[in-house]
Structure formats: C-alpha cells, structure tokens
Design a protein around this ligand. Structure first.
Ligand SMILES: *[C@@H]1O[C@H](CO)[C@@H](O)[C@H](O)[C@H]1NC(C)=O
Length: 269
C-alpha cells in the first residue's frame, strides 16, 4: 500500500514538474523576440512568464501593432500566431472591391467584382478573398471574356496530349503530339492569347518500307531492324544488295534518307 502511494506520488510530482516550465524558446515566425540573446538562457519558461516580441515589416501582431508579448501557458505560447501578414487594400486590376471601409482584420473577407466584360476562371464575375496568416488568400484574376479561346485546332495525324475543353483561358497552353512514326515539325506547345491559338505544329509523313520495291531493286535491309516498315522523316535506313548482286548506285546512297514520306532506294543487279 505504501509502495503504491509512493509510486502515485512520484508520478504526480514528475508530471507536475513537467508542467512547471512547459515553454521552450519561442520561434517567432516573421518576427523576433525582444533581446533574444540575453533571454535565451531563460528557457524553458514557466507558465505566465511573458516576453516582448516584434514583427517583421508588413507583419502585425493580433492587435495590429508591431510590438506585443507572448505568454507561456499550459498549452504553450499564446498568441499561437504572433505575427501575421498585414492585409492592405490591394490594387485591383480588371476588378473592383465591394468596399466596407473598415481596416482588414484577421479572417476578414473582401469581396470583389470583375469589371464589365471580364470574368473569373470559373466563369463567375464575383469572388471573395480572405485575410489569412500569410496575407490575402488570393488576388482577383479577372480576364477579358473575349480573350478566351475555343478548342485548339485539329491537325492531321496528331492531337493534343490533354482532354479537349470547350473553353480555354488566356495563356492556357496545350501540347501537341503526332501519331507513331510521324515527325513533329513546329512548336509542340501552343498558347491561347487574346482569343487566338498560336501557330500549331505539323506531323510529317513517315516513309513506308516497300517490300515490292526492295524486290525489284534486289536489295534488303542491312543490319538488325526488327520489322521496321515505317521510317520517321529525317531518319535513314541501311540497305545492302541481296547476295550475288552488285550495286548499281553509289555506295553512299545505300543509306537512304526518308524525307517527308519520300525515300530513294538504291539499286542492285
Ligand atoms: C486583366 O485583363 C487582361 C486582359 O484579359 C489580362 O491580360 C491581365 O492579365 C488581367 N490582369 C489580372 C490581374 O488578372
């Protein structure tokens, strides 16, 4: 019985001791503890102990001041967010604020409306910003409705790498790709600007290897090509004479270059 009491007492004392100085040195995000170097040895601090601190430029204390104090409590330092970004009246572009006239406090909202002929990305004309720890949650991004683009142009033997949408916002970009063996020529990335898509690429035809021509010209593929029937424009392919045959064309041209679907075959006799 006595042992149990001792154990309980010990536990109680040690847990109570843990509570005496519960606050480690406070790291003030976007601010500084007053005379931090002098006070550094004071930690962990006991409950109710408080220290002055200041906030960096453009950051304010919960009372909208530059100076305040953090106090040690059972649950740590309070205020929990000592410095938060000051929310100024933003400069609006393409939108106007629906003004209340009050200075902005933490968690206040500011509603705005896009100008006539402008809209948000979701097609709405109104929005709401929140003054958070890091300042405004976002700024209005209203753009001219006329600057939207429709679906990007279709190209032959190629397509875009993303799902086609009905509407694209200004400065949206899509990527084009060509079907297998087609060579892309021109810009892969295409951008919507002022209601128009920039120049689109072209897909250049590959060469189709013809067994018939190879037979007529007494040639075969030189080297290991596994079932290559298509050659991309700009690539070449090696031929050689069939055994017992002699080259008629010059040796260099036994490496045939495919250009836009056309290729000169060498000849053997
Ligand atoms: C204002 O609108 C123009 C035209 O749509 C656009 O280029 C610009 O990025 C817009 N500004 C903002 C902040 O959204």
């Amino acid at each position: 019985m006595q042992l149990l009491v001792t154990v309980i007492l010990t536990l109680w004392v040690s847990s109570a001791r843990g509570q005496v100085n519960p606050c480690e040195f406070p790291e003030i995000k976007h601010g500084l503890l007053y005379r931090e170097d002098k006070y550094r040895s004071y930690f962990p601090a006991p409950i109710k102990q408080w220290f002055y601190y200041s906030c960096d430029e453009n950051y304010v204390t919960p009372t909208e001041d530059f100076w305040h104090y953090v106090t040690c409590t059972q649950d740590g330092w309070t205020p929990e967010v000592p410095c938060r970004k000051h929310c100024d009246m933003p400069v609006f572009e393409n939108a106007t604020a629906i003004i209340t006239g009050k200075p902005f406090r933490p968690d206040d909202t500011l509603d705005y409306q896009c100008l006539d002929g402008y809209e948000n990305r979701d097609g709405s004309k109104k929005g709401s910003m929140v003054c958070g720890e890091d300042g405004w949650s976002h700024l209005p991004t209203c753009f001219k409705s006329a600057d939207k683009c429709g679906p990007p142009p279709a190209i032959s033997n190629g397509d875009i790498t993303s799902v086609t949408l009905k509407v694209y916002y200004p400065w949206s970009t899509v990527k084009y790709q060509c079907q297998a063996y087609y060579q892309i020529q021109g810009p892969k990335y295409v951008t919507c600007s002022y209601g128009k898509w920039s120049e689109v690429p072209r897909c250049i035809d590959p060469c189709v290897l013809s067994e018939k021509i190879m037979k007529e010209k007494n040639i075969q593929l030189n080297g290991k090509y596994d079932k290559t029937y298509f050659i991309k424009s700009g690539n070449s392919i090696d031929f050689k004479c069939k055994s017992g045959r002699k080259a008629v064309t010059s040796v260099e041209s036994f490496q045939a270059l495919c250009l836009e679907g056309k290729m000169e075959y060498p000849t053997c006799k």
